[in-house]
Design a binder for this molecule. Structure first.
Ligand code: GAP
Length: 513
């Protein structure tokens, strides 16, 4: 099955089992806007909880914030979003489809990366145990040819995009012979800049209304509250402020399901540091954030760093954590050393002093900032892609299972009576009623036990408890584990403790070190 096919299956599965629905679907949906269903909303909450606890609860030098989505319009002038939050767009004259010009080039470049990966796979197969990947990458002529092409395109992008040279970017697309991915047409318009912010009016009287924006990032809510938090918490630089919330971007190309949405959620943390120490903190946060992804259970081979060659206007260093989605390695999280740009600009436009008096240095300064910024929806998608498996169980049997980390699973434990008679439902409900105070639980008595297991596998429930006739005499139940499908007999009065040990988010957090 190709990666594209498996991605289509994941999207269909997400809908069928109540994880993600297209927004306002009865009206045929709204482009790149999605709703989270009964299972999706719980999984999303658990992901946010894992991030919040890892960042705020485990760090005594980080505090939380919940700022409003609407902010004073000067915020976005100060941050540079009014003037520079643009994407270069291009239209295909034949298909009338609109694309991001830089994404067309990047996707073209990805083809060369895929060719390199295929060469490496062939090499590994040919040389077996003795395969030396580093040497192969450095010497294989096919790899070298493809790598040269990647380097050439990267330079082309830097020389055009980096300098705002839209005509040059258009020429690059032509020189590379890039065609409309859907129709193959090469008849392109010029490249134009397109501001991604949604605007609306504040106030009910048209004449009095002022244009305001739906925030395109949550970070600015943190910057404008820097003094409020400093003055009301017991924090001193270095310290961080964390926030989870909605952000809005009028994305030109909204593809790949919930990867690129127009309304999405970010989990951001700004860490305020003494100027000159930002590089050390940048390295520290890179390490901590990568560890967070590893503890979540993503495979090492599905994660990689991607350094930014074209730095945003506010950054002196920036790197992405990329995840291998079915459509290739793509950004999951950004870690940015944002200098004193944001606080400096807000100080300038507001006329308020946004400084910290450092008693050790006996002077005031505008702190520098290291930011970690991760999309909640992208993390959700990565968790789903990692978890989704179609397993052949032999004898013509198969199952679709979501191997979601137990601490994040929408339902952590399901309780079944083996049959709907002989007093088993009553005994099973007793177990269920005890568990539901502590865990997210399901109770099911319809259909065969096999069908009930399959339904729970499909939504990622890590444990199923079955109450049978023996339960009535020996007070034990069967606990069945989702991934290995093993079954164990355990005493009823130990169920809660055993489930807790296996699904508790604290176990994940403890591994954070
Ligand atoms: N404050 C910095 C900032 O917003 P960004 O790289 O533009 O940086 C950070 O966004 C993260 O937000 C990304 O790594 C991604 O996970 C998520 N994100 C950005 N745009 C998104 C979109 N249109 N849909 C879903 N997630 C998005």
């Amino acid at each position: 099955m190709s990666d594209q096919d498996s991605f289509k299956k994941i999207i269909a599965h997400a809908k069928e089992y109540g994880f993600v629905f297209p927004s306002s679907e009865i009206y045929d949906g709204l482009g790149a806007v999605y709703d989270y269903g009964p299972n999706g909303s719980v999984l999303k909450r658990n992901i946010k909880d894992y991030w919040w606890r890892a960042m705020v609860q485990l760090h005594t030098d980080i505090v939380g914030l919940d700022a409003a989505i609407f902010m004073h319009p000067k915020t976005w002038k100060a941050s540079g979003h009014v003037d520079a939050f643009n994407d270069p767009l291009i239209d295909n004259k034949d298909s009338k489809k609109r694309y991001r010009a830089d994404v067309l080039v990047e996707d073209h470049m990805e083809k060369y990366r895929t060719k390199i990966e295929k060469e490496v796979a062939k090499g590994r197969k040919r040389f077996g145990e003795s395969f030396d990947e580093a040497q192969f990458l450095a010497t294989n002529p096919n790899v070298k040819r493809n790598q040269d092409k990647i380097n050439e395109i990267t330079t082309g992008l830097q020389n055009t995009l980096g300098k705002g040279d839209l005509a040059g970017l258009r020429q690059l697309i032509e020189d590379l012979g890039i065609a409309d991915p859907e129709t193959g047409s090469k008849d392109w318009t010029d490249v134009r800049q397109f501001n991604l912010m949604f605007d609306t009016k504040l106030g009910s009287v048209a004449g009095d209304a002022a244009t305001i924006y739906l925030r395109p990032e949550t970070a600015q809510g943190i910057f404008v509250n820097f003094l409020n938090v400093l003055n009301t918490s017991r924090q001193r630089v270095p310290f961080g402020i964390a926030q989870i919330g909605k952000a809005f971007r009028n994305e030109i190309v909204a593809r790949q399901f919930i990867f690129r949405m127009r309304e999405f959620e970010q989990m951001e943390m700004q860490f305020f540091v003494r100027p000159g120490t930002q590089k050390e903190w940048y390295e520290t946060w890179k390490e901590r954030r990568m560890n967070w992804h590893r503890v979540l259970g993503f495979r090492e081979s599905d994660l990689r760093w991607h350094n930014h060659d074209n730095l945003a206007h506010y950054a002196d260093a920036a790197v992405d954590v990329e995840y291998r989605f079915p459509f290739g390695f793509k950004e999951l999280e950004g870690i940015h050393s944002r200098t004193d740009f944001d606080l400096g600009r807000h100080q300038e436009l507001s006329g308020k002093k946004l400084q910290y008096f450092d008693p050790e240095l006996d002077k005031s300064y505008v702190p520098y900032v290291v930011e970690t910024s991760i999309g909640c929806d992208r993390t959700f998608l990565a968790v789903l892609c990692h978890a989704f498996e179609e397993e052949d169980l032999g004898d013509g049997k198969s199952r679709t299972v979501l191997k979601i980390p137990p601490a994040l699973a929408p339902t952590q434990v399901a309780v079944f009576p083996l049959v709907r008679k002989d007093g088993l439902p009553k005994a099973a409900l007793k177990v269920f009623n005890d568990l539901r105070f502590e865990f997210s639980c399901a109770y099911e008595e319809k259909d065969s036990i096999g069908k009930r297991y399959r339904r729970q596998d499909a939504i990622g429930t890590p444990y199923c408890i079955t109450v049978d006739h023996d339960t009535l005499s020996d007070n034990t139940v069967t606990i069945r584990e989702r991934d290995a499908m093993t079954q164990e007999r355990i005493p009823v009065d130990r169920v809660r403790e055993i489930v807790r040990e296996r699904v508790d988010m604290n176990r994940l957090l403890e591994r954070m070190g």
